[in-house]
Design a protein around this ligand. Structure first.
Ligand SMILES: [Zn+2]
Length: 134
């Protein structure tokens, strides 16, 4: 069964899903930019696709909302970007994920506490002691 999570921009609330992907704008530190497609299934890092950019493993990229162009970086110290998500039960959640290419870590936050974590690079992070970006 396909679980379809809907992802939204935290700034303008635009729905960022396109079929089974989340569409984001990406820019490398060199200034080169394009689009990146993430899988809507949490914890699946195998289907990340991007336009003809060459992104090296370990490279830190800037991710933007393709609608309002807000930089989605939320916790710079941890290289985590933020999206809002509505799961199949209609719950509103916050998703934090790494902007370091190839780094597999995703955190789902519910009511400012960690709800679920995914990825082989996930760490113990005390999100409750942090104030997430607006
Ligand atoms: Zn936006």
């Amino acid at each position: 069964m396909d679980v379809n999570n809907n992802y939204y921009c935290p700034a303008c609330s635009a729905l960022l899903n396109a079929e089974n992907n989340v569409v984001l704008a990406v820019q490398k530190n060199s200034g080169e930019g394009g689009v990146i497609l993430l899988d809507t299934k949490l914890g699946d890092y195998t289907k990340v696709k991007h336009s003809s950019l060459s992104i090296e493993k370990g490279e830190i990229v800037n991710l933007f909302c393709p609608v309002c162009h807000k930089n989605l970086l939320c916790l710079p110290d941890y290289n985590l970007a933020r999206l809002m998500m509505k799961d199949e039960a209609g719950e509103n959640l916050t998703v934090l994920f790494s902007v370091k290419f190839g780094k597999e870590e995703t955190y789902v936050i519910k009511d400012s506490a960690v709800h679920k974590t995914y990825g082989k690079h996930k760490k113990e992070i005390d999100f409750e002691s942090m104030s997430l970006c607006k």
